[in-house]
Design a protein. Sequence first.
Length: 57
Amino acid sequence: MVRELHRGRLLNGRYGWEWDGKGDDGELVLPGVYLYRVRVQADAGVEEKVGTITVVY
């Protein structure tokens, strides 16, 4: 894992997080293709999306 942007519970609503291209150490990650996962647990069940982010400099 490169970095976790959020973990925990939130109230109902819309939320957004932007990744600044840095790892947990605060340094920019190397150029390449990275996978992301978004997982939401709600009363109706769990929904998960996976995709890619390409980093170039």
